[in-house]
Design a protein around this ligand. Sequence first.
Ligand code: PTJ
Length: 251
Amino acid sequence: MSASDVPASHPRYLSLLRRERIVCGVERGVTSLHGLIAHGRGEAFDYLIGERTHLFATGAITAAAAALKGARHPVISVNGNACALAAAELVALAEAAGAWLEVNIFTSSPPRELAIRTMPLDAGARDVLMPSQTHAIQHIDHNRKWVHPEGILTADVVCVPLEDGDRCEALVKNGKTVITIDLNPLSRTSRTAQITIVDNLTRCLPLLVQAVREAGTAPVDPVPWDNRKALAEAESVMRQPQATVSGPTAN
Ligand code: PTJ
């Protein structure tokens, strides 16, 4: 049985749908096998926040929208999990923010990079940049250092959903403002990025798109954001038993 056979009334419907997207991602060569593990890790943290968007996330979404709108050259980095879960929403975000999409993956694989590129293009992206073999960011040795010269290399604001800590640190050291989406408030990525949205990618992306659209075309001032405080609030919610799926809402 697949999630498409499960009625929308099923209490785990959305979770099953997300699993199906990740499994389909693996089957079509978009998501790595390691991505299945990362997804399970995310599910566990999502349980601990009651699978809902909290105030620490909506605040981060507002700050992220302002950072994207105020950016000179914003870029959204796309990996195998983000692409399988939310290709259409990533395209909508890029469109709303006037940002480029750029493929960048942890587990090196040119065929997978190409498969990832296809999904946002099919979802209507005007283009999707690929990592070059000539331009690299500094402070990282891994293959993830390779970037597109008109994309991440020259970006001032980079949105990196579900990132690994080394690359997030490297992007910050390269002078970028980094926005991440990560359900784990303790991860190195969450703690290194300037703006961390602790929420499920699939829940917060539509809200982020809406916030960017609402910002309109007028110049946008940066929204002051205390990332450490927000991460502490997320951790505190996770440590409260009543925040879990069966408990009452936490905000
Ligand atoms: O496609 P690749 O090769 O670039 O690989 C992508 C993954 C995600 C596999 C790779 O970057 C990786 O291993 O990531 P990590 O280090 O496991 O980190 C993923 C983080 O994202 C973890 O902190 C998870 O809790 C979190 N996470 C997983 N699913 C979601 C999520 N956060 C938000 N929404 C999710 N749906």
